[in-house]
Design a protein around this ligand. Structure first.
Ligand code: UN1
Length: 506
């Protein structure tokens, strides 16, 4: 049984605390997006004093945490994994109330955190460097991973457990200390995660949490010289601001931004499979994934059959509160997100796209189900007759809206897929092995699925994208270790003499 509302405080230097400034703004209120009259959480609107306190604590803790052997650091993560497992059902229930993810998917979100904990715990015994011969005799050369310092993790609401875990666990196992700044839309999930981290026994200052509304805390962290790295997941526009702040103090910044992910369906595809993939990819998580399928590129020969069946199947999906086990599609996260989706639907119609399904928020329909009348529900929405240059085919919507584009050849499909500023995830359905391999090579995206939906990346593989989806870094897998550590090169000369390198005596 979860008692609401949850008051979400900061966790700094091993203590839960209120905002430090005496005149801090009143706490932010987070409402259940299915029933916006139900208060789920209140969270602190922290200010600069809280940021300073967290950075000071994290810097102090870093001096000793970095000296703890990596396998011992990793033992904390094994405990975290077990605790997440114990609290999985409760966390999933809270997530569905707080940000509207349906229960099965919310459990999947927590499971991603659990997988991540065990994966990076294992990495604690595998932080391998390299050894190499020196060009001089009686000299030895090697590389080792060293931590960066204090890492600020600025995380979104759409994966409120998994994404903080993706960032925090590799950071911690590498020997960094962390400050988590979660979205104001999911403060309670972050609070519960931090409670689990404290129970796992991290020393004071190693893990810290600052709640905040708007950009005050994020900007302060990104500008502060006491932060060594910022890892940010969120909108491309915010990402550009974070990067600009980080640039002024030359700190490392890892950005995971938007997507305009496409699924190609070729003429030889298994249509049943492609339809299932499209439904799940476009409407799972109410389309609020950076990996969501927001374009479907169809070969003209199967366009009519695919579209007809897709519209028919999408129309069967059941909207409802995320905590109801019969719900397929939960609400959007808040009223701003609802307005954004409505804006894009109107825009697509103005551009000449043809609305084939959905398009109207439940709040605005004539006889809404009384139980759903107040929530931010938006039905599966499908546009046909979309051309690649339309804004609905270029810009990220972050909702249950998908644009169908028709093409005449495989080459055209790839060209259309690549023709956006983003490049996160992608999918192609074909039975032709040659085309599958060509697509693997030619699609401009960080992730390509062959005969699978654009969503569902696994924690032990690199995650991230090309072009404006990010700045070249990858999360997850061993790639994340490169984000959260530096390479130190060590030369050991055991000749007993001064050997001069770069003097040409060969
Ligand atoms: C995101 O939407 O920001 O690949 C992350 C997926 C999930 C992660 C999505 N494992 O769909």
């Amino acid at each position: 049984m979860i008692h609401l509302p949850i008051h979400c405080r900061n966790y700094i230097d091993g203590h839960w605390q209120e905002a430090l400034a005496p005149n801090a703004p009143a706490p932010h209120k987070r409402w259940n997006p299915a029933h916006p009259e139900e208060l789920v959480a209140t969270s602190l609107c922290s200010g600069l004093a809280d940021v300073e306190a967290a950075i000071a604590a994290a810097r102090r803790a870093y001096r000793t945490w970095r000296q703890v052997p990596a396998p011992v650091r990793a033992e904390h993560l094994y405990r975290v994994g077990n605790l997440l497992q114990t609290h999985k059902a409760e966390l999933a229930q809270l997530m569905s109330l707080e940000m509207g993810k349906v229960l099965t998917e919310a459990q999947g979100d927590v499971q991603e955190g659990i997988d991540c904990a065990f994966y990076y715990a294992g990495e604690g015994r595998r932080l391998f460097g390299q050894t190499t011969p020196s060009e001089l005799s009686n000299k030895f050369a090697m590389t080792l991973r060293v931590p960066l310092g204090v890492c600020a993790l600025i995380t979104p609401w759409n994966f409120p457990i998994a994404i903080p875990c993706w960032k925090a666990f590799p950071a911690l196992v590498c020997g960094n200390t962390v400050i988590l700044k979660p979205s104001q839309n999911s403060p309670a999930c972050a609070t519960k995660l931090m409670e689990i981290l404290t129970e796992a026994g991290f020393p004071p200052g190693v893990v810290n949490l600052i709640q905040g509304a708007g950009t005050v805390v994020g900007t302060a962290l990104a500008e502060h010289p006491g932060i060594d790295l910022v890892s940010f997941t969120g909108a491309a526009t915010t990402g550009a601001e974070v990067a600009a702040h980080c640039g002024r103090t030359h700190k490392r910044v890892c950005l995971e931004l938007g997507g305009k992910n496409a699924q190609i369906v070729l003429e030889d595809a298994n249509l049943d499979l492609a339809l299932e993939g499209a439904l799940w990819g476009a409407f799972g998580t109410t389309g609020q994934r950076c990996t969501a399928t927001s374009r479907i590129i169809l070969h003209r020969s199967i366009e009519s059959e695919f579209t007809q069946r897709f519209v028919q199947q999408a129309a069967q999906l059941k909207l409802g509160p995320a905590s109801d086990p019969n719900t397929d599609i939960g609400p959007l996260v808040n009223s701003q997100q609802l307005e954004r989706v409505q804006h894009y639907v109107a825009l697509a119609q103005q551009e000449g796209a043809k609305l084939l399904l959905g398009g109207t928020a439940l709040q605005s329909t004539a006889s809404p189900d009384p139980d759903l009348a107040q929530g931010y529900f938006f039905p599966p929405t499908i546009f046909g007759s979309v051309t690649p240059a339309m804004r609905i085919a270029q810009e990220e919507v972050f909702g249950p809206v998908v644009a169908i584009i028709t093409v005449d050849s495989f080459a055209e499909a790839i060209e259309v897929l690549n023709g956006t500023p983003y490049g996160l995830s992608s999918a192609i359905y074909t039975q032709d092995v040659n085309r599958a391999f060509q697509a693997m090579r030619d699609i401009e995206a960080g992730i390509t699925y062959i005969n699978g939906p654009t969503i569902g990346a696994e924690v032990h593989l690199p995650f991230g994208g090309v072009k404006q989806t990010g700045n070249g870094h990858r999360e997850a897998g061993t790639a994340a270790l490169d984000v959260f550590s530096d390479w130190k090169t060590v030369y050991v000369d055991f000749s007993g003499q001064l050997q001069r390198a770069q003097i040409d005596n060969r």
